[in-house]
Design a protein around this ligand. Structure first.
Ligand code: HEC
Length: 355
């Protein structure tokens, strides 16, 4: 037995005594001033001073806080249930090139992706991915720097980067992480891919496992302009890793023939790959953006850069006879040359494996 009165009775007592005091105060006409540090009379204090249920603070035991255990910090290194993060993915836009879609492109997944796309994406990118959604058409929002999902840029964009962009946003596109779970994002990635490839998109049987091979067509990228070679068929997942590594190969802007030092670990991956695949030869192709000054283009800058990559691979023990360097100049952009980001993407060195 407790001798405390139930809560509501306590309140009533306070209220009653409040009314009584107010009456006394009126009779004495004493005004509000009560001098010094006296805070004066507080009527119905529990209307003003609530019991604070603050996270991460320890308060005494009470009805809602048995044993005095208010919410605690999570155990370090754990992930709360329902928190869907990056688990298992290396971080960063460039690194995302190597992530592959864990879902199979079944009709169920692609159709689910379509519903989510129509809800979250079509008002900018358009029903068919032509960047003609209402928001873009209104002229109030800057359009993406490529024409639509059938643009060569999106066709060769790794699925992982699409996933990364949906998760984190990119440029003028915001993050959709709060409206799509990771699994839903991967379904949307398949739908984007189906819009991008059109009739060439291949569905998987219901119940099929996720493809071991890549789900985008980088791997089958055997560009028609690269003539005089017989392309080799390589493992899609491995090639995608190599392709992603090559995207980190950058050159100095000022002494622009000089490869940046942080490119080297990525080229080391390529060297290891070539060492493990003695049956393959590689064609290294340099590309520059169209704003590069005419002198540099005539100078063969794109080929000089491709050669620098070959030289480094030779240094790492790859027989020079297996490597060819080609300069493609500014003839094969993958993004618009009108924006800084587009030009940055166009300045690149690619690698193709041949027999
Ligand atoms: C408010 C308009 C808007 C919405 C909504 C929107 N996007 Fe975008 N999206 C853009 C713009 C603008 C870009 C260009 C970003 C850049 O490169 O600066 C872009 C870029 C992209 C890219 C290219 C990413 C890359 O790596 O270069 C993909 C793929 C894409 N969006 C897919 C989607 C999908 C899928 C959704 C829905 C989940 C979506 N977008 C929703 C405006 C939008």
């Amino acid at each position: 037995m407790t001798n405390k009165k139930p809560r509501n009775m306590q309140n009533r007592t306070i209220k009653r005594s409040g009314i009584a005091l107010a009456a006394v105060a009126l009779v004495l006409n004493s005004g509000c001033y009560s001098g010094g540090n006296n805070p004066g009379i507080e009527y119905s204090p529990n209307m003003y001073v609530s019991e604070a249920y603050e996270a991460y603070t320890q308060t005494g035991e009470m009805e809602h806080n048995p044993y005095g255990m208010t919410m605690r910090e999570p155990v370090p290194g754990t992930v709360a249930q329902g928190q869907l993060g990056y688990l298992g993915y290396p971080e960063g836009y460039e690194a995302s090139a190597t992530w592959s879609n864990p879902l199979a492109p079944t009709h169920a997944n692609v159709d689910a992706g379509m519903v989510l796309y129509n809800r979250n994406c079509q008002h900018c990118h358009g029903m068919k991915g032509k960047n003609d959604g209402g928001v873009i058409k209104s002229g109030q929002y800057p359009p993406p720097p490529w024409s639509g999902y059938d643009d060569a840029y999106i066709k060769s964009l790794p699925d992982g980067k699409v996933f990364h962009t949906i998760t984190h946003g990119k440029g003028n596109m915001g993050s959709h992480a709060s409206v799509l779970t990771p699994a839903q994002r991967w379904q949307v990635v398949w739908y984007v891919r189906s819009l991008s490839l059109g009739d060439a998109f291949q569905y998987a049987e219901e119940g099929a496992a996720a493809p071991v091979a890549t789900s985008n067509d980088i791997v089958s990228a055997k560009p028609a302009w690269l003539t005089g070679f017989e392309f080799a068929d390589v493992d899609a997942t491995e090639y995608r890793t190599i392709w992603g590594a090559m995207q980190n190969v950058k050159f100095d802007n000022i002494r622009y023939r000089k490869m940046k030092d942080d490119s080297k670990p990525y080229l080391d991956q390529v060297a290891t790959y070539l060492t493990n695949h003695p049956e393959l030869k590689a064609v290294v192709v340099g590309h520059i953006s169209s704003d590069t000054d005419a002198g540099a283009i005539q100078d063969g800058l794109s080929e000089i850069r491709a050669k620098a990559v070959c030289d480094y691979l030779t240094e790492k023990g790859i027989d020079g006879g297996r490597l060819s360097a080609k300069g493609a100049g500014a003839d094969h952009p993958i993004a618009s040359n009108d924006t800084k980001e587009g030009r940055e993407q166009n300045r690149r060195v690619e690698i193709y494996f041949v027999k």
